[in-house]
Write a protein that binds this ligand. Structure first.
Ligand code: MG
Length: 469
């Protein structure tokens, strides 16, 4: 070999080694996968591990036993659309136009949606080359510029808004159709990416099909970091379940539906175990808001919490939440405060992705509480009922400036001056107003509320945009 050839060979070998080394990501270096399983209108008291006496949820119970059950975990809003916007952006929905007093959520005639200027968890994780999939209910805008594929997700399989929308009016009244549901009563589309692939969506098999989609995504992306957002349509009414789950629960129709969602969680966790991904995947299970109490036995239960969906009382916004990451999480129940708002900053910290720095974020990195290295940094929570701030929690104290029940009948909120004060540590059902005994705490709460309200800027309301005839 001539000296020149020898030099070329040595150089080529050197660069080959460098690039091979640089291109190989060891298991240690690979950032964790994230899976968010988001139920719709599931109540705080609807899982066996959260105290339900007849609904059986063995997969969620095992998930909680192997991981962490959070008992003070909140969503950003008490109804679907704003709650989802809060989870995916780490910002209270009043900051991005996704809350409204007039239209509480998006409807099929809406023309607004989550603005392009917002950075979702999926878009943030693209910095680290994550594969991303949204499966299930979206409800952040159904026009092309608002769909998951325009917000950082590589794919979408699901319904663009709630499963009770697009009601076929000729079939009867909304409530009657909901309580005696048939697939043909609700002309909801099932979409793959930007295309409608089925209409009406066959909702009897929808939980099973979302699950199959989720499992096949996990298998496909097993060699690659991924983020799976699996937002079940159930147990939002109208209720549907597969034939295999008909009549399985002593809790009746609603129990059947929850037990199918529980089966789905088992399928997802088993897929992660089978692919050898369990030790490198953080899974979160929670719900978008509390139970829809207006639908009697077809709505869920908030357990010992007061009220439900649509209300800033605890039952509307505190959700049964479980984190799972075998070998990484400190096992056991967590009573610290957490929120879906915290997922974006936590995933940023765990993946090494840069969280957005040019805007107000309302979430905290709660990884110390997950990993057992410290407490949750969240010390306060602001409860908006639509646009208005109704209450503030700081530590165990929750102070209400306004209250409104989710039940039909109350048109305007009750305004409280002086405010109401509850100690959620000793009174989780919010029965005993102790404001008169704690003027100092009331003063501190007023201060927190003012600071929070001062941080809000006027934004274009997305929920009030709609097609005009
Ligand atoms: Mg909901």
């Amino acid at each position: 070999m001539t000296p020149a050839r020898f030099f070329t060979a040595i150089t080529a070998t050197f660069f080959l080694c460098v690039f091979t080394f640089a291109g190989r990501v060891s298991a240690e270096d690979r950032p964790p996968n994230f899976v968010v399983i988001f139920a719709d209108d599931l109540g705080y008291g609807d899982l066996s591990c959260f105290g339900h006496p007849t609904i059986r949820t063995p997969n969620l119970d095992r998930m909680a036993a192997e991981g962490q059950k959070w008992t003070n975990f909140y969503v950003a809003a008490c109804v679907c659309t704003p709650s989802r916007a809060g989870l995916l952006t780490g910002r209270y929905p009043v900051r991005n136009g996704m809350a409204s007093d007039k239209k509480r959520v998006l409807f099929p005639e809406s023309t607004g949606g989550l603005p392009q200027s917002e950075i979702t968890i999926a878009r943030m994780l693209k910095q680290k080359d994550y594969a991303t999939a949204a499966v299930g209910k979206w409800h952040l805008g159904h026009l092309p510029e608002f769909l998951p594929t325009s917000h950082g997700f590589d794919s979408f399989f699901g319904i663009p808004y709630s499963n009770d929308m697009d009601r076929v009016a000729s079939k009867g009244k909304h409530r009657d159709l909901i309580l005696n549901p048939k697939v043909e009563y609700f002309n909801v589309p099932l979409m793959r990416n930007e295309e409608i692939v089925e209409r009406p969506a066959d909702q009897t098999t929808i939980t099973r099909r979302y699950t199959e989609e989720a499992v096949s995504f996990i298998k496909k992306e097993k060699d690659h970091p991924f983020f799976l957002y699996l937002a079940h349509s159930m147990p939002h009414v109208p209720l549907f379940r597969s034939p295999e789950f008909e009549g399985v629960s002593d809790r009746g129709f609603y129990g059947d539906v929850i037990e199918e969602v529980d089966w789905s969680v088992g399928q997802v966790l088993n897929a992660l175990r089978k692919e050898g991904l369990a030790e490198n995947t953080l899974v979160v299970f929670t719900s978008d808001n509390g139970p829809w109490l207006l639908f009697d036995q077809q709505g869920g239960s908030a357990g010992l919490l007061r009220d439900g969906k649509g209300s800033a009382w605890e039952g509307g916004m505190r959700e049964p939440t479980i984190f799972w990451w075998p070998g990484k999480l400190k096992q056991g129940p967590v009573h610290d405060m957490g929120s879906t708002l915290d997922l974006l900053p936590t995933f940023a910290a765990l993946s090494g992705a840069q969280k957005p720095e040019d805007r107000v974020l309302d979430g905290y990195d709660i990884s110390p509480a997950l990993l057992g290295t410290g407490p949750s940094p969240r010390q306060e929570m602001y409860y908006h009922q639509d646009v208005e701030l109704y209450a503030v929690r700081s530590g165990w104290y929750k102070c209400y400036f306004k209250t409104m029940t989710s039940y039909i009948g109350q048109k305007e909120p009750d305004v409280h001056d002086p405010p109401l004060l509850f100690d959620l540590g000793s009174d989780p059902s919010e029965k005993y107003d102790i404001a008169a005994e704690h003027p100092d705490i009331i003063a501190k709460m007023r201060e927190l509320a003012k600071k929070h309200l001062d941080s809000l800027k006027p934004v274009e309301n997305q929920l009030e945009k709609h097609v005009t005839n």
